[in-house]
Design a protein around this ligand. Structure first.
Ligand SMILES: Cc1cc2nc3c(=O)[nH]c(=O)nc-3n(C[C@H](O)[C@H](O)[C@H](O)COP(=O)(O)OP(=O)(O)OC[C@H]3O[C@@H](n4cnc5c(N)ncnc54)[C@H](O)[C@@H]3O)c2cc1C
Length: 509
């Protein structure tokens, strides 16, 4: 019997395990479906190498439908460290208004002034650690590429931004910042500073923290309105039960709702259609899927342009606001250093990303079998407000490709096909058809007060109507923040971990 059993050792789960285990009176078991690499000497290169994402060796092999009728791979990390161990290491915070919006929806603990201490605590900002909005002693090291370390397309992107009149922004995490500059990144040289590296490496020697890898949780054990533990699939085909006084689900925005549904928590008709008895009706489980729709301009470089596929894939960013929008920095444009194949012609891309999304998708249960993948419908750009702003962002991105020095490097544009024109109607069709995920799903087990019909957990992550059960990861965000989501997931882990460490009685411990 553990005090706390955490399902999923990803960005949030690893941070919770590390913070909660600082309390030596709590015994903690961190359960992860994927493998564990306890030190860097035994960690495979795809997890070390942050110059590109790891897409295959430690992945769940899920698919999703970004826009109706299209099926695309949806990468998710399956390893201790979770998606933080396979990602691009962009370390960006949302806008203060994002968190204030969560607070206004009935979650005052998540207002900007409440989350800022957790953002500061999680980071060791090597460039701006002295600023009052930054931290200089946290587990996640963050730095920005200086000009001399930028690849040719990345340096050209910043020069084009300057020519287009965007201001230079030295620190994209400055709360009121805007403009183009280097990305804050949680990498040191090539090393990806994942949550396995930053949080678990120093915590794993604690005698009260047990890390169980290769342990796929098939179901929560629910008994008389209380979660009493989990069932884990065994390699030989059997099931092992693990008991805990509190179960904290951190399986990510696709798998946390799926695990709840398989265990009988969700929309009654959907569960019954899969032959699952509804233990606690929660219509919000799997709903409210929020993400960042994106589409890229792909450029064929001039012959002789050096494009290195082993260089950092991304280094710079433009955060800006679409005309007439009341949502500050609701758009991003990012330079992608290389595209296509290493043995093909030199290619690079420029990504247009919608950061404030009005539309919502959903995650459905694929089946009662725990090995069945969830079904994901994003419904990108079905909301006209999203469509219009992504079209505008694509137009601005085309403007980058047409501006020196990026234009001087470009032989031709491969996408969107110039022969088909780039009028608004054409760009709308392309966005409706081809926009795809920025890999930032969240919102599918939304937090909020009990009178919110779609809220599944309260603002402390406690499941409404089920004792002994907490959910704490990307799924509890009411909406996607205007930033890549890793830092916000770690911040969620910091806050819930701190509450568990200092106020265990609030969780029945
Ligand atoms: C390829 C890629 C690139 C990305 N790039 C960036 C970036 O540069 N910057 C950024 O901010 N964000 C990025 N993201 C998004 C970011 O990494 C995620 O938002 C964040 O890591 C999610 O954290 P989480 O804790 O919610 O889930 P995860 O980190 O995904 O953790 C969930 C964990 O639970 C485990 N798990 C799931 N189901 C079970 C089960 N049934 N039993 C046991 N274990 C289970 C999983 O294996 C995983 O380890 C990227 C994501 C991907 C996939």
């Amino acid at each position: 019997m553990f005090d706390i059993l955490i399902v999923g050792a990803g960005s949030s789960g690893a941070a919770i395990a590390a913070r909660a285990s600082e309390n030596p009176n709590l015994s903690i078991c961190l359960v992860e479906a994927g493998p564990d690499y306890p030190d860097l000497s035994r960690t495979p290169r795809d997890l070390i190498n942050s110059h590109n994402n790891s897409y295959t060796d430690h992945d769940w092999k899920f698919r999703y439908e970004p826009t109706t009728g299209r099926s695309v791979a949806f990468p998710r990390g399956r390893v201790v460290g979770g998606s933080s161990a396979v990602n691009t290491t962009i370390a960006l915070r949302g806008m203060p208004e994002d968190y204030d919006e969560w607070a206004a929806a009935g979650n005052p603990e998540w207002a900007w002034d409440q989350v800022l201490p957790a953002f500061r605590r999680l980071e060791r900002d090597l460039d701006f650690g002295h600023e009052p909005w930054h931290g200089d002693a946290g587990p996640i090291s963050i730095r920005r590429y200086p000009r001399g370390e930028l690849t040719t397309p990345q340096a050209a992107f910043l020069d084009a931004a300057d020519r287009l009149g965007y201001p230079y922004c030295a620190d994209a995490n400055e709360p009121w910042g805007y403009g183009a500059g280097p990305h804050p990144m949680n990498k040191l040289g090539r090393l990806r500073v994942s949550c396995a590296v930053g949080y678990l490496a120093p915590a794993r020697i604690r005698p009260n923290l047990h890390i169980r890898s290769h342990s796929h949780v098939s179901r929560l054990v629910l008994d008389k309105g209380r979660c009493a533990g989990v069932e884990v699939l065994q390699a030989e085909g059997g099931i092992e039960r693990l008991n805990a006084r509190l179960v904290v689900v951190c399986a990510g925005a696709l798998q946390s709702p799926a695990l709840l549904m398989r265990s009988g928590i969700g929309e009654r008709t959907q569960l019954e259609n899969h032959g699952i008895t509804c233990v606690r009706e929660h219509p919000g489980v799997g709903k409210n899927l929020s993400d960042h729709p994106a589409l890229s301009v792909v450029c064929r470089g001039k012959d002789g342009l050096k494009v290195d596929h082993d260089a950092p894939i991304i280094q710079t960013i433009l955060r800006y606001t679409s005309p007439g929008s009341d949502k500050r920095n609701d758009l991003q444009i990012e330079q992608i250093s290389f595209a296509g194949k290493p043995d093909g012609p030199p290619m690079f891309a420029i990504a247009a990303v919608l950061e404030y999304q009005y539309g919502r998708g959903e995650v459905l249960l694929g089946g009662a079998d725990p090995l069945t993948a969830p079904i994901v419908h994003n419904r990108f750009c079905e909301d006209e407000r999203d469509l219009k702003r992504l079209v505008g962002c694509m137009r601005d991105t085309l403007g980058f490709a047409a501006t020196s020095p990026l234009a001087d490097m470009t032989h031709s544009i491969s996408f969107p096909d110039p022969a088909r024109g780039t009028d608004d109607a054409t760009l709308e069709t392309l966005c409706r058809r081809f926009s795809a995920s920025g890999y930032h799903p969240c919102g599918t087990v939304k937090m909020g007060p009990e009178n919110d019909p779609l809220a599944v957990v309260d603002q402390y992550g406690r499941c409404h109507g089920v004792d002994g059960l907490v959910i704490a990861d990307a799924s509890i965000m009411p909406s996607v923040p205007r930033a890549n989501t890793n830092l916000t997931c770690i911040m969620i882990g910091e806050k819930v971990g701190e509450w568990l460490r200092t106020r265990p009685t609030a969780y029945g411990l």
